[in-house]
Ligand binder design. Sequence first.
Ligand SMILES: [Zn+2]
Length: 454
Amino acid sequence: MDFKPYIRAHADELLQSLAALIRIPSVEGTPEAGAPYGREVARCLHETLALCERLGFPTVNMDDRVGWCEYGKGEEMIAVLGHLDVVPAGDGWNAAAPFSGEVKDGRIYGRGTMDDKGPTVAALYALAALKDAGFIPSRRIRILFGTNEETGCDDMAWYLAHGGETPVMGFTPDGEYPIINGEKGIMNCVYSRRLEQTGPCRLLRFEGGTAANVSPAYAMAELACPADAAARIQASKVTVTPIEGGIRVEAQGVSVHGSTPEQGENAIGRLALALTQLPLEGELADCMAFLAGRIGMETHGESLGLAMRDDLSGDLTVNLGVAAFAEETLSLTLSVRYPVTKTYDGAHPRMERAFALGGFHETKMKHKAAIYMPPESELIRKLSQVYEEQTGEKAVLKSIGGGTYAKSIPNLVAFGPIFPGDEIREHKPDEYMEVERLIQNAEIIAAAMYELAR
Ligand SMILES: [Zn+2]
């Protein structure tokens, strides 16, 4: 079935439709009636569904959180999941204005061109090409338009919780090519303990980091303690400054993404190691000894008893992202990622036991299960075949530590839109998509929809 002529013939229309959506600054905003993620996000969803209708597809809007269009009949449904929300523009745009959708030098510029409005609109024209070619699928093809990917994926959680149909298989063009068939499981959690402080040194402040999935570049503590305590701390990348009645201790780290903490240096762990050089007593001593001895600068959970690995995705990783101390309670926010073939039931009890040793208990847990789709599964076989036919390149399968949108509903993997070696500009200034790459995405998505649904 040759649907390429339709896509090529409608390339200008595709670009104009995309530009119209890029001009809607669909960054999460204040919730209001009919716009749970803000007015612009809802407007972008409404405009997209109107475009689907113009292309001849029936649509559903589920509570202004998720919308979809569908083509064909059949018991089973395959899904393509894209999202219409974007991250804020930020500074540093030189090539074009962030919400312009300007086309120049063979590129379309704007926030969302690559992540993820471009690939989503490409999927829509791919479906239009299949319809135009008279394709009669034996599985329904649904394009899902999420609107909360960038700030929590509550959209797809809502979809599943409110009777949204689970696809038998599908993909999200919100990662990279060839195919990401493995994603580590993610436990984003908070562990806390209250401190009954005794002894000559008392903790006044202890803080660092910004988010579970970023390793902290800076952490600091203030303690009330004897004047001679400052001299006890001898550590590189740690500075001690006298303050009224005590000292301030500051540690530097190297900030990296929380899925690869081994590439960074954890400022909170370094701070805890430095503090154990002080004459701490009682619970504060126990707590810092735990923090320094069980976590410290480690990133694979060795001393926590969490170490596990598989050949597909490597080691479990632990990122201590945020520390906070308030009302005598120390809270640690972590992102722990376990290998793709392991389970929550295998990793989580070990973590609870380890933290209990330090007097901590779990106060928050957001878990996203690992994804692993074997190479011989129908989905991976077919996507591999499509990718190789369409590009002439080998469909190398990848497992990653990061989480993609594929995690938000069952039976999906990330497939596209970024080709190996291409510049990655998502979430950065001057985000763009090459027009040719956009068209190529539409062609690959059409071929993939065809293979999965026929
Ligand atoms: Zn995205």
